[in-house]
Design a binder for this molecule. Structure first.
Ligand SMILES: Cc1ncc(COP(=O)(O)O)c(C=O)c1O
Length: 359
């Protein structure tokens, strides 16, 4: 029996997707070989790759003037690829700082341009929150404004899209496909695949056409969006299996009714878990209500001496990977698309029982 996996990434994948991949593993569509053994330039593979893109376009309603790239190197390589691609004409960018990932992004970008760090963290009644945009020190004419829509470690998420005149660049690694978004509001969206998209090894970039010609001349061609776009994300051999499997996840999402339908389930899951945490004196979530992530729910126990015991018993109950990020400790339940409502119900029952016995 499969356990419930609350890992922040690589994260749970839908069981139906894994079963399909298993069925197709040895002999893909009667061709006598696995998809992993196929040339990325073959007609069959290119059809798989193009279908994945078409399904993603449908899921996110991506306008025609946006390119979709299936790259490698994780979201972390994009921390460099973005400034290398976008700071060729104007070397200034604004980075909104709300947590560990946005900090990593601006530190890396600082190697390539003049970065204005916009501090956007605040507290409301002792809880962490994102400050009102009117208080931000945005600069006058940056090439772009970067933010991390959902801080996976802190569990802090924007409740609205920042309103800026420069192109908006968003790290959607841990929230893409969890809720509808208006892609036309962004210049560039990027996400590592290993949370809501598919296995690790694939990185998605969605970029507006007009931003393709702003690269610095010294950029490696493999990182250059215009080159990747011209070559169907195949400047070199792409992560073929991860791309294929992500395509199966997109098909699965469409079968669930698309992003709007999965968003409803996600809201229900988040409401159940935060609702229980708030009703209990034993558990605490440090984030102000309007900025609580619907994907990553960090929480602490009233007595941290019980942390190890909590994790051990959770694992015995087939509730896996609930430890918080190593930099912050405590607990974190990542409740991505592939974690069903039943998984969150099982977690809440366990938490209730643990609190009763140890409170
Ligand atoms: C919001 C966010 N950005 C960036 C990263 C880094 O991603 P990768 O490990 O794919 O480089 C992560 C990883 O967890 C993340 O959660």
């Amino acid at each position: 029996m499969r356990a419930y996996n609350f890992c922040a990434g690589p994260a749970a994948l839908p069981t139906a997707v894994l079963e399909k991949a298993q069925q197709e593993m040895l002999d893909w569509h009667g061709k006598g070989l696995s998809i992993m053994e196929m040339s990325h330039r073959s007609k069959d593979y290119v059809a798989v790759a193009e279908k994945a893109e078409a399904d993603l376009r449908q899921l996110l309603n991506i306008p025609e003037n946006y390119k979709v790239l299936f790259l490698q190197g994780g979201a972390s390589l994009q921390f460099s690829a973005i400034p290398l691609n976008l700071l060729g004409k104007n070397s200034k960018a604004d980075y909104i700082h709300t947590g560990i990932w946005s900090e990593k992004a601006y530190k890396e970008a600082s190697r390539y341009g003049e970065i204005n760090v916009v501090e956007a963290g605040t507290t409301i009644d002792g809880k962490l929150a994102i400050s009102d945009q009117s208080t931000w020190n945005l600069s006058k004419d940056p090439a772009y404004v970067h933010y991390a829509e959902n801080e996976t470690i802190g569990g802090i998420q924007f409740d609205k899209i920042p309103e800026v005149s420069a192109p908006l660049v968003s790290d959607l690694s841990s929230s893409i496909l969890s809720a509808p978004i208006d892609v036309s509001k962004f210049g560039l969206i990027y996400a590592g695949a290993q949370k809501n998209i598919g296995p690790a090894g694939l990185t998605l970039v969605i970029i507006r056409d007009d931003l393709l010609d702003q690269a610095k001349p010294e950029i490696p061609s493999i990182l250059k969006y215009s080159a990747q776009s011209k070559n169907g994300s195949m400047v070199n051999t792409p992560a073929t299996y991860a791309w294929y499997l992500s395509g199966l996840v997109f098909e699965w999402l469409l079968e669930q009714g698309g992003v709007e339908a999965i968003h409803k389930v996600n809201l229900e899951k988040a409401k159940l878990l935060y609702g229980y945490i708030d009703s209990s004196d034993f558990y605490n979530n440090p984030i102000a209500i309007q900025n609580r992530s619907i994907m990553n729910v960090p929480f602490t126990l009233a007595n941290s001496d019980l942390d190890k015991q909590f994790l051990k018993e959770a694992e015995e109950n087939r509730l896996l990977n609930l430890a918080g990020h190593r930099s912050v400790g405590g607990m974190r339940a990542s409740i991505y698309n592939a974690v069903p409502l039943a998984g969150v119900q099982a977690l809440v029952s366990f938490m209730e029982d643990f609190a009763k016995r140890n409170g």
